[in-house]
Design a protein around this ligand. Structure first.
Ligand SMILES: *Cc1c(COP(=O)(O)O)cnc(C)c1O
Length: 386
């Protein structure tokens, strides 16, 4: 990336001098790197500022095109309760334009029901938006089957692959994906850049949401940040090469971590399906230990309650809520992630440190004390998305 911040500072859209050409060549080669990871053509990849923008573009762009369509107007979107906020809020923002959204529930393991998906597609539906991998619980949805259903019903299939791109193999043709959102910083690339795949054949029709100089073939105006694109392209290629290795590495660390936690702590609940998931994270509920308290007291590890995007709100995670777990556990959900550069020693240290902290907090907890004597009243979950 560094040369593109200094020596090769040309604007990739400037086609009247070599500075521009050099930058443009680098951007096009990054586009190719991204395309080849998902089996797309380079001209189907458009750079954006990140997966949030890509999600906004996929949802609002197709909606704008279709709600006022002169021949076949449509006004229904089908998505899922555990999607990222950038999907949920994009859908919500279209309500004022007359677009209805159905938020499919998930089962206790975080997986959507394919029959239910199929049944909820109406002749008004233009878009199904389902994520590849959930950012809080790591669960993988069945893209291939969803894609089949969408194609057979002639509905666009958008995939938020911010957490799936590079980590699981996703081929856009094999999965009948029409649009796919990609984020750079989720694959060790720079922050502030992402991409969207938009299918050429059969062609996805959508309006841009950013207007201006017409960069990215009119789909996304604004100067293309060549240095960031180069970083994203390289990160994508490395992810593709290292996929198996990264997966195995994370799996070993996660299993080691879980072994220690389960040995040293009682009453630990794992959120989300253990089979259909990526190994890079695990989401745990430690009964009677709120994640806020755990994060504050386990000072030597960097862990989170749910996602970085909503942890500022101090409200229970709607993703965990959607799993239907008991109310007394919701605020205890804690996400622990294992990266490419995390070592086994670090994972073991984290497990011991977290287990110790959980046990220490429980010893001070009147709730934990009374729990063993009287059974807790279990309330149903009041999920805001349901
Ligand atoms: C991080 C993330 C996003 C947002 O991506 P940005 O590039 O940060 O805008 C969207 N969806 C999911 C599932 C994510 O994990």
């Amino acid at each position: 990336m560094i040369p593109f911040f200094s020596d090769i500072f040309g604007n990739p859209s400037s086609d009247t001098h070599t500075y521009g050409w050099e930058a443009s060549q680098a951007v096009e080669s990054a586009r190719q790197q991204i395309a080849s990871v998902v089996g797309a053509k380079p001209e189907e990849i458009f750079f954006t500022s990140g997966a949030s923008e890509s999600n906004n573009l996929a949802i609002k762009g197709t909606a704008q095109f279709l709600i006022n369509h002169p021949i076949r107007p449509k006004n229904h979107i089908l998505t899922c309760a555990t999607e990222h906020k950038s999907v949920l809020e994009s859908c919500r923002s279209l309500e004022k334009n007359g677009v209805h959204t159905t938020y499919l529930p998930v089962n206790g393991l975080g997986i959507i029901d394919l029959d239910q998906l199929s049944e909820n597609i109406t002749d008004q539906t233009f878009l199904v938006s389902i994520m590849a991998v959930n950012n809080e619980i790591g669960v993988i949805q069945n893209l291939k089957e969803i894609g089949k259903i969408c194609r057979s019903k002639n509905v666009y299939f958008h995939v938020d692959a911010a957490q799936g791109f590079g980590k699981i193999k996703i081929n856009v043709d094999e999965n009948n994906i029409d649009m796919m959102s990609i984020s750079s910083h989720k694959i060790y690339g720079p922050k502030g850049v992402g991409a969207i795949y938009i299918r050429k054949r059969p062609k996805v029709k959508l309006f841009p949401i950013l207007h201006g100089g017409g960069q990215e073939r009119g789909i996304r105006s604004g100067t293309v940040p060549s240095a960031l694109c180069v970083g994203l392209g390289e990160a994508a290629e490395i992810m593709d090469k290292e996929r198996e290795k990264d997966w195995q590495h994370a799996l070993i660390l996660r299993n080691k971590f879980l072994d220690i936690i389960m040995r040293e702590c009682s009453e630990v609940h794992i959120n989300g399906c253990m089979e259909k998931r990526v190994p890079i994270n695990v989401n745990l509920c430690f009964s009677c230990v709120e994640s806020e308290g755990l994060m504050t007291c386990a000072k030597d590890v960097a862990i989170s309650a749910g996602s970085a995007c909503s942890s500022a709100f101090l409200e229970p995670s709607y993703v965990i809520c959607a799993l239907g777990i008991t109310e007394d556990l919701i605020n205890t959900a804690t996400r622990i992630s294992f990266g490419r550069n995390t070592t086994e020693e670090e994972a073991e240290f984290a497990a011991h440190h977290i287990a110790e902290t959980v046990n220490r907090l429980r010893r001070m907890s009147p709730l934990w004390d009374s729990k063993n004597n009287r059974s807790l009243t279990r309330f149903p979950c009041h999920c805001p998305m349901k």
